[in-house]
Write a protein that binds this ligand. Structure first.
Ligand SMILES: [Zn+2]
Length: 470
């Protein structure tokens, strides 16, 4: 009796082991996202898999072998506007699945797997990059207006002025709609997705800015697809952006939290707990979308050096200035979460040479705000208030060589006083370079007896035309 019982226990164990070995991963569904230069396929899996990807020609097709997997349901997605004509699948062995993607033209594939996160389980991602010849080449953009990295020493009595270009180019505003594709961002209780709301606001803001002479707006993302955070700032730089605005509508652990906020990059630490929390959740975006294998630690170390750079100081000061103007205008149409520009370590704000702000248009986790954010009329008002802040900033601080600078210098727009609030480490020479004026004109405009500056001291900045005469 006792022996027979033991035997049957062993038998049960053996059965359990055998079942476990046979247990294969299920491919539960396939999602597709089309970006301007690639098509992303995401397979949702019940567990981890091994896979391989290769292409075949005549006709062009892509083969995706997923080992240790079976199909839970037929794969179906809309392939319109993609190089894909159809997707077929077959079981090569009882546990090896082959997916064949039929193509109109050849593509360059790149694939990787992603571990589960808060929103999704295991995933296999296959990116189909359009081939170079097919990619639409964007028109050439004017060079980026950066503050020249002139080596300056505080003791230098005068600094050579960089010649002001004579052109009348547009001021370029890069508008970045946060999240996208398989990264929906925050979600409201009625299923509103941050990625959709912010894209609508971004497009409206682009429309408004483009209707104003002297300005051009470029979107980093034009549809529902994912872009890694670093790529967003890269796109802005390629477009020759004078300002980068990232638009979000976020969630907070407290459902009662409400109001809009504007952020600039912090030089060290976040200015509030909310700021820290938001920065963490926004920066997580890359882990959701698949740029998580990039070592951010390295970049941060590199950025630590960049932060000390003169141009960073200049663009951070501009970021705070434009941010405050945007916040002031937003405060007229929606409640504010904080009255002043907050600072936090958002990845998308880390462009050393482009003033950058992140606008949280409201809390999607708050039922009232989520409902408002989804209305086109509120989206328009938000865009209008951001636009007003941007216009005010650039009318007071037009980059040299732009149409707005020309208008200003030829007296066609009222010249509001320009002011600069001195930041730690800044010298009179640095400020002169930044505003393209001479140190002498700064001294006389502020009746300075010495070149010593105090942090927080307000300086009047003379107009370019006036400064050039001195
Ligand atoms: Zn967001």
């Amino acid at each position: 009796m006792r022996i027979r019982a033991l035997v049957s226990v062993v038998g049960l164990l053996l059965t359990a082991v055998a079942v476990d070995a046979l247990a294969v991963t299920q491919v539960k569904s396939m999602r597709l996202w089309r970006a301007p230069d690639n098509t992303r396929l995401v397979f949702d899996l019940s567990g981890p898999v091994q896979h391989s990807v290769f292409t075949l020609t005549a006709p062009d097709r892509l083969v995706i072998d997923i080992n240790g997997a079976t199909l839970a349901a037929p794969l179906s997605v809309s392939t319109s506007n993609t190089p894909i004509t159809s997707v077929r699948s077959a079981q090569r062995t009882p546990t090896d699945l082959r997916v064949v993607v039929d193509l109109k033209k050849s593509v360059t594939p790149k694939s990787f797997t992603l571990a589960p996160n808060a929103q999704y389980g295991n995933r296999l991602v296959v990116d189909l990059f359009d081939q170079e010849a097919d990619a639409v080449t964007p028109p050439p953009t004017p060079p980026v207006a950066t503050t020249p990295a002139v080596p300056v020493t505080p003791a230098q009595p005068a600094i050579k002025l960089t010649p002001v270009p004579n052109g009348k180019r547009d001021i370029v505003i890069a508008i970045d709609a946060g999240h996208g594709g398989e990264d929906p961002g925050a979600s409201g209780s009625r299923g509103q997705h941050e990625k959709d709301i912010v894209l609508a606001i971004a497009k409206e803001l682009q429309r408004q800015i483009n209707s104003e002479k002297g300005f051009r707006a470029e979107l980093t993302r034009t549809g529902d697809y994912f872009i890694p955070l670093r790529k967003r700032t890269e796109i802005a730089r390629k477009k020759g952006a004078d300002l980068f605005i990232s638009i979000h509508a976020d969630a907070a652990p407290s459902k009662a939290a409400f109001g809009a906020s504007v952020f600039a990059l912090s030089d060290r630490g976040a200015t509030s707990e909310t700021a820290r929390w938001l920065a963490d959740s926004e920066n997580r975006s890359d882990l959701i979308g698949g740029a998580g294998n990039v070592s951010l630690d390295d970049k941060d170390r590199m950025l630590a050096g960049v932060l000390l750079d003169l141009s960073m100081t200049a663009s951070l000061s501009s970021s705070l200035n434009v941010g405050q103007k945007v916040l002031g205008n937003m405060g007229r149409i929606t409640p504010l979460h904080k009255q002043r520009v907050e600072q936090a370590g958002f990845m998308v704000l880390k462009s050393p040479d482009i003033p950058s702000i992140l606008v949280e248009t409201g809390f999607i986790s708050n039922a009232n705000e989520a409902a408002k954010l989804a209305t086109p009329s509120h989206q328009q008002s938000l865009a209008r208030s951001i636009h007003s802040g941007v216009r005010q900033f650039f009318q007071q601080n037009p980059p040299p060589g732009t149409y707005v600078a020309w208008l200003r210098d030829s007296g066609k727009i009222a010249q509001g006083p320009r002011e600069h609030s001195v930041r730690p480490g800044e010298t009179l020479a640095m400020i002169a370079v930044r505003y393209q004026v001479s140190v002498a004109s700064l001294r006389s405009a502020n009746s300075l007896k010495t070149d010593e500056l105090k942090v927080g001291q307000h300086l009047n900045i003379p107009t370019t035309a006036l400064a050039a005469q001195q």
